[in-house]
Ligand binder design. Sequence first.
Ligand SMILES: [Zn+2]
Length: 199
Amino acid sequence: WAELGGEKEGFYISQHLRNGKYNVILAIEIENPAKKKTLTGGDVKGKKEATLFQIYHPNTGLQFKHETLAELEKKYKKVLSTEAEPHWTQLYDASVNTCSHSYWKGQCRNVSLGQECEVGLRRRTYSVLSGSVLAVWARVENSLAARIGAQSRLQVIRLKTKEGVKIVGTLIPKNCVEQLVKDLASDSEKVDEVIFDDQ
Ligand SMILES: [Zn+2]
C-alpha cells in the first residue's frame, strides 16, 4: 500500500470489539476537486465532512456507500497495515462459509433454522435461467408465482464466466430454484448440470 497518498488513507479498525473481534476496513480517499476550492484552510470540521472515502471490506470488497472522514473517525481508528492484517485475514478466511450474523453475533437465525445464509459471504451462488426460454416462459412464470407471487419482478442480468462464456438470463430467487428445475425437467429428455465457477 505504498501507493496510497493521503495521510488519512489506509486501514482502520473498529473502536470496539464485537463477539471478540475487531472490524477492519481499507479506506481510499476519493479525489474531490470541488473540496479545495470551497474550503479555506482553517475549517477542519468542514474538511472532514467533505473528504470522502471508498471503503473496502475484507469479505464483501468495495462498498457502494462512501464514508466521510468524520464518519470514519467516529467509528474507527487508523492503524498500520501490520496491525490490521490479522483482523483482515480472520474475516476474509471466515467469510468463505461463515455469514456475517454468525461472525459478529456468534449465531445466525437462518442457519439455526437449517437454512443457508449468504449474508456477508465473499462467495455467493446465483442461479440464472437462460437460453431459449420463451417457449416455456408460461411454465417458468407459474413455477415462480407459486413461491414469490405473480407481482414480483424478475431481474435480468448479464454475466461472463471465467471460461469467457457470456450469459444473459433471469436471476432466479434461491427458494424457487429447486421447484423450477423440477417443473422444467418433468418432460425433458435429459437433464445436464454444468456449474460455472465465479469470476
Ligand atoms: Zn446469517
